[in-house]
Write a protein that binds this ligand. Structure first.
Ligand code: ADP
Ligand code: MG
Length: 237
């Protein structure tokens, strides 16, 4: 069964008198353990769509099912609990706590979301820090890390609760091209290691080329979907 299915999803925003159709009749399915990108220019609806998948908002029309649940049917509290149990999130601006070390940033979701006792936490934190190649940096604070290193920590933080699904809205927008491609390849390696589905958005051609499934949005419509079985191994320019 698909991990996510969207059926004829539309989203309209209303600001005073003005209404904006951010998504128009979008349908797709996403399989477990896939590596998927939504691409399109600024304003094409990428963030809106990721917010719907991540249960941060609801469609105006149509239906989104995530892991067997219809997102529309969840109330505020239920969707918060569902989010915590199913998703990890990665952000464009990294969103690490500046006063916490890399280790403490990764540990945070285990404390807050999973309410995990201290004894069980350290093994899990160290395991994901090692997986993203950041064990040696664990005691550094974000301001002592490069952009690429910060995003590696953010990837570890998204994975530490072992979510089924990681959502990343333009995770490479603040990175140079080579670092961007490195971070996306790291995400793909993490998919291979943990079987976590990754969904990311980008408007960068080089970054999007790393995805295995590419959905292209234009003006709120899904205009093209493409499956690429062999991903590029070319060095980024
Ligand atoms: P992208 O992430 O691809 O840049 P968005 O999903 O942010 O696109 O935006 C799609 C459209 O919806 C744009 O026209 C944008 O201005 C509009 N939009 C996004 N969020 C809101 C909002 N909260 N209120 C009103 N309009 C919005
Ligand atoms: Mg956006």
């Amino acid at each position: 069964m698909a991990l996510i299915s969207a059926e004829n999803v539309s989203k309209e925003y209303h600001t005073g008198e003005i209404s904006t159709k951010a998504l128009r009749d979008v349908s797709f399915e996403i399989e477990p353990a896939s590596f998927v990108s939504f691409v399109g220019p600024s304003g094409s609806g990428k963030t809106t769509l990721l917010n719907l998948i991540g249960c941060l908002d609801k469609p105006t029309q149509g239906k989104i099912r995530v892991d067997g649940k219809t997102v529309h049917d969840l109330n505020r509290k239920q969707s918060a609990v569902f989010r915590g149990s199913v998703f990890g999130f990665i952000f464009q601006a990294f969103n690490l706590f500046p006063v916490l070390t890399a280790y403490e940033n990764v540990e945070y979701p285990l404390v807050m979301v999973k309410n995990e006792p201290a004894s069980g936490r350290s093994e899990q934190v160290l395991k994901v820090l090692e997986a993203v190649g950041m064990l040696a940096q664990k005691d550094k604070r974000p301001d002592q890390l490069s952009g690429g290193q910060k995003q590696r920590i953010a990837v570890a933080r998204a994975l530490v609760t072992r979510p089924k699904l990681v959502l990343a809205d333009e995770p490479t927008a603040n990175l140079d091209r080579k670092t961007a491609v490195d971070v996306i390849r790291l995400m793909r390696d993490m998919r291979d290691e943990f079987d976590t589905t990754f969904i990311f958005s980008t408007h960068d051609q080089g970054v999007m080329a790393e995805a295995e499934v590419i959905h292209t949005l234009e003006d709120g419509q899904l205009i093209h979907s493409e499956k690429r079985l062999a991903h590029t191994t070319e060095e980024p320019k």
